[in-house]
Design a protein around this ligand. Structure first.
Ligand code: F0G
Length: 352
């Protein structure tokens, strides 16, 4: 293949694959690390801030990093079907990779709480979509149970190959910066990605690719912040539906990562999330989904604790196009409709 071959080929020696693993790839990974000077200016103190824009993966989220691994390994093991619970992105990614690998994809989603773009993707990719009267946590319990009793492979992040793939996000950050950042800010829902990034940084550190490890700062939505509260949340609520999760599966791994790195978990309100979401788009030209903006909202909340001159990376986990409803509803741009198609009229409205 010409150009970037996808992350399994690129990071093969760090991943549990062999010559006989059938690689199912959409050439995911290699996403840009973009400087965000207007965010850095708010933080001040000569701090450098970058976003890892993982919304530019093939299905529009970081899930593709995990899914190329999970689906390739499922295929290697002869699976004919995969199943997952999802707030939306996992379902889109599982559907794309499973269908490309010639498998059926069953996805359980919380009815009414999945952003439109994600649902559209799962359907068009050819998943069998089952919307349940219950939230993500309940859906995850069900698919875990079903994968034990039926011939179907679970591809949620409790599948260890998912985190193996997702750790490559950390590799790419180090490969570009030449070292690990001082801080890594990341949204947390089911807590798989923060665990995967930590794994990646530690593995690269051991391999001599970086000489330090970042402080892992996980940000949850205030209405869905079990790791901040220290207890599961029975009825999680947030505008950031991707992280509307009350009982994260990777609780222990994420807690260990935060502790070992002297990081921690903090809650950001929906208003803080929306402010960061609009700021990234309107000042930096970067359109992410609300859940992703939690990483930048979190950085801005704790900016006084960032040391002078530090390098900070915020992970933008998903593309803004995933959730057009929220964008339209919460944009503060002027949108005038029903205008006469007349230059003079338009000039008057613009104020020329
Ligand atoms: N950001 C986005 C855009 C997500 O879709 C998710 C999780 C997260 C952050 C949190 O990552 O769960 O590893 O802590 N989405 C899952 C899904 C739950 O089903 O798509 P996490």
């Amino acid at each position: 293949a010409a150009g970037w071959p996808g992350l399994i080929e690129t990071y093969r020696s760090y991943l549990p694959v062999s010559e006989s693993t059938p690689v199912v790839t959409l050439q995911e990974g290699n996403t840009p690390l973009i400087p965000v000077p207007s965010i850095a200016e708010i933080v001040g103190k000569g701090v450098r801030v970058f976003v890892k824009y993982d919304g530019l993966n093939p299905t529009g989220s970081f899930k593709d990093r995990g899914m190329t691994m999970a689906i390739s390994k499922a295929k290697e093991e002869g699976a004919r079907a995969v199943i997952c619970a999802s707030t939306g992105n996992t379902s889109a990614s599982a559907a794309a990779y499973a269908r490309r690998g010639g498998m059926r994809a069953f996805v359980l989603i919380p009815d009414g709480y999945v952003a439109l773009g994600k649902l559209a993707q799962a359907l068009l990719y050819g998943a069998e979509v089952l919307a349940i009267k219950g939230n993500f946590d309940r859906a995850l319990e069900i698919v875990r149970e079903m994968a034990e009793s039926y011939p179907v492979t679970l591809v949620n992040s409790v599948n260890p190959y998912r985190l193996e793939g997702q750790k490559t996000g950390a590799f790419e950050v180090v490969d570009v910066l030449g070292n690990a950042p001082d801080w890594l800010c990341i949204p947390v829902g089911n807590a798989g990605n923060i665990s995967a990034y930590w794994m990646g940084f530690c593995q690269y550190h051991q391999a001599g690719k970086c000489d330090r490890l970042p402080r892992m700062m996980g940000f949850q939505a205030a209405g869905a912040a079990p790791l901040v509260n220290g207890a599961p949340v029975t009825h999680p609520e947030t505008i950031a539906t991707a992280i509307r999760i009350g009982n994260p599966a990777s609780w222990d791994k994420a807690t260990a990562a935060a502790q070992a790195s002297q990081g921690g978990f903090k809650a950001v309100t929906d208003d803080e999330i929306l402010d960061a979401y609009r700021l990234l788009a309107s000042r930096e030209g970067i359109f992410c989904e609300p859940a992703s903006a939690a990483s930048v909202a979190g950085l801005l909340q704790v900016k006084d604790q960032v040391p002078a001159g530090a390098t900070v990376v915020c992970v933008l986990t998903g593309n803004g196009l995933k959730d057009p409803d929220t964008a339209i509803k919460h944009s503060d741009s002027q949108f005038t409709q029903g205008i006469e198609p007349d230059p003079a009229e338009i000039a008057k409205i613009i104020g020329f």
